[in-house]
Design a protein around this ligand. Sequence first.
Ligand SMILES: C[S@@+](CC[C@H](N)C(=O)[O-])C[C@H]1O[C@@H](n2cnc3c(N)ncnc32)[C@H](O)[C@@H]1O
Length: 270
Amino acid sequence: MAASDTFQLELEAAEFYEEKFVPALFAEWARLLVEEADVRPGQRVLDVACGTGIVARTAAERAGEEMVAGLDLNEAMLSVARRVRPGIRWLQGDAASLPFPDRGFDVVLCQMALMFFPDPVAALGEMRRVADDAGTVAVVVPGRLDDQPAYGPFVQLAVRCAGEQAAELLGTYWACGDAGRLGALTEAAGLRVRSLRPYLATAGYGSPEDFVRVEVEGTPLARQLSARQYALIRAGVRDVLAPYLRPDGSVGVPLQGHILVASPAVGGTG
Ligand SMILES: C[S@@+](CC[C@H](N)C(=O)[O-])C[C@H]1O[C@@H](n2cnc3c(N)ncnc32)[C@H](O)[C@@H]1O
């Protein structure tokens, strides 16, 4: 499986991800996810596919740092997570076989990663297994590409400039974006859907060129593009993002996603 299919980054890109991508985009989703999951003081919280740890850090503000664990496949992401917040427990592991006993957490969270797992139902099943019967599993994924006002034209631009290799990673993002399918995957994993709602977040970037830099250099795409392909994408992005340009030259790029909250079906009280 290609590194882009599972969003694998090297250390420099992981640092860039934390510095640029997290404040621009992921921090807002993390706040929403922790709010929707209703994380409370003293609850045991797991952040699956934690990346550099924004969800775990946001949950720790409510639950307490010592109550939170973050797990990711990628050591580079985890080393940034450890540097930023050493007090949280960070573990390397696969969402498909979580290294935790049954029912060990009150809240299991997973942000912007389900679509990278080869078997999303198996991973959701693992989240259910490690969640308490009266607990919560909550997930954020991007919506369908057809529902993305800005990313739709951006993906078309990237494919025009860089061919199908760009489509591979940029296509994976939206793979769990159909709300009906997401609900069905969740139920197939033995979870009961409590709420599933769409949300439109706006990510702020200094300029359209900044947006491209973050989208390329903060993702596995950077290793796949030639200098020429990257330059072509940079040259075309101003037109693509014209509707989202602000008077000060910055750009507010909308991303539509789903926030799903579920209970373990057996014994779950919701
Ligand atoms: C787009 S990042 C999201 C990271 C983080 N949740 C956030 O909101 O910033 C996707 C993450 O999924 C992780 N990942 C992909 N496949 C995984 C797997 N099978 N098990 C655990 N983590 C995985 C990647 O290493 C990467 O850190």
